[in-house]
Design a protein around this ligand. Structure first.
Ligand SMILES: [Zn+2]
Length: 179
């Protein structure tokens, strides 16, 4: 399956990115976008990763019904409004479909785990299908309108074998898709 190759390629990029910055930095997030091609009707995958603090508002394990409801609401907002955060070019008529969104505790090896030390991350995956080519178009961003705490985002784009990236601060930054 050719699509599996795209996913595999994303998996190869991720570790290098993680090494280049602190893995868990409040206020930051990572977005990985991969398309097999920008031509025709491009299909791809988008991965989102952020400390839960920015999305949910806390990182401890939700145990009360109120906290569990907050987690569910935040993840639903992430899924429903992701298109406002990563804004694909309107000319390409892309459609995002949320595949998964979850909050997971971060495990620190060899560190004393106290209650204050608890950190969690939010991971989400989306499928994207565009009706028209993406070649030469631009991806824009609007994280802070949905989640005001997300102000520094590393975005990586893979189209076929062509890789590009953007450091998006306070939604400023544009990712150009090669022709
Ligand atoms: Zn944290």
């Amino acid at each position: 399956m050719r699509f599996a190759l795209v996913l595999l390629a994303v998996g190869v990029i991720l570790p290098a990115q993680t090494r280049s910055r602190k893995a868990h930095e409040h206020g930051s997030a990572k977005v990985n976008i991969a398309f097999e091609t920008a031509k025709g009707a491009p299909k791809g995958v988008v991965e989102f990763e952020s400390p839960a603090d920015s999305v949910v508002g806390f990182e401890y394990e939700a145990k009360t019904p109120a906290d569990k409801a907050k987690v569910t609401a935040a993840l639903n907002t992430l899924k429903a409004r992701f298109g406002e955060m990563v804004i694909f070019p309107p000319a390409a008529a892309c459609k995002l479909t949320a595949k998964s969104a979850k909050m997971e505790a971060e495990h620190h090896d060899g560190k004393q785990k106290g209650k204050q030390e608890q950190h969690s991350e939010v991971h989400a995956e989306f499928d994207i299908a565009c009706a028209k080519p993406l070649s030469g178009l631009e991806i824009r961003f609007g994280f802070t309108k949905v989640f005001p705490k997300i102000h520094d985002v590393d975005v990586a784009l893979l189209v076929g074998e062509q890789q590009s990236s953007a450091d998006v601060e306070n939604d400023k930054g544009v990712l150009k898709i090669a022709k």
